[in-house]
Design a protein around this ligand. Sequence first.
Ligand SMILES: [Zn+2]
Ligand SMILES: [Zn+2]
Length: 228
Amino acid sequence: MIVDFVTVGPFEENCYLVTDESAGTAVLVDPGDDGGEIEAMAARRGVAPSAVWLTHAHLDHIGAVSAVRRAWPGIPVHLHPADALVYAYAERAAASYGLRFEQPEPPECELAEGQIMELGSLRFAVMHVPGHAPGHVAFVGEGIALAGDCIFNGSVGRTDLPLSDPNAFVGSLDRLLGLPDATVIHPGHGPRTTIGRERHSNPFLLGAVVVPGTARRVSGAVLRDLNA
Ligand SMILES: [Zn+2]
Ligand SMILES: [Zn+2]
């Protein structure tokens, strides 16, 4: 497995290209902006992505969906249905930031909790982790988590956006902390990290900082460590 990425657009979003080199197949995760950069990444790797997997539908994660569809006609786009409204309003959200935005046609495929996504010999489970966005998912498998805007290196996703749910988000963070420490997190923004590193150093996950909008602290996994 090879995980490439390019950082695109004004929100510096990470678009990932996950390749099973033995099968010569690849998928794109969160093509957020700058289709040319994304095409160049696939060309460097020598693959044509067979699908688009979206962690969620914020404008900084879907801004190049139309460009990707032009580059690879017929490529199916996968999104959890709870983010359909976020997807539909992306252009208006972009306008509120004064950004030019190409509103993509609706996604073709619906993701569901527990669904297994196949990529050649690789397998990823869909984990529904709402809160930052209602239909946010993580793709978890092969020792990695493509985790979108949940856990960042040293921080967590915003919960002050339209349709955010801070309390649901805390539950989702707790759930992600149930993954093994060695799991490599490929986040939607910023450098990659691991579950273990964030469990032991991320101020939001240590309970040192509360997630805005909720009194709940994310501390279950840390408490388990202390009891061990
Ligand atoms: Zn987001
Ligand atoms: Zn984002």
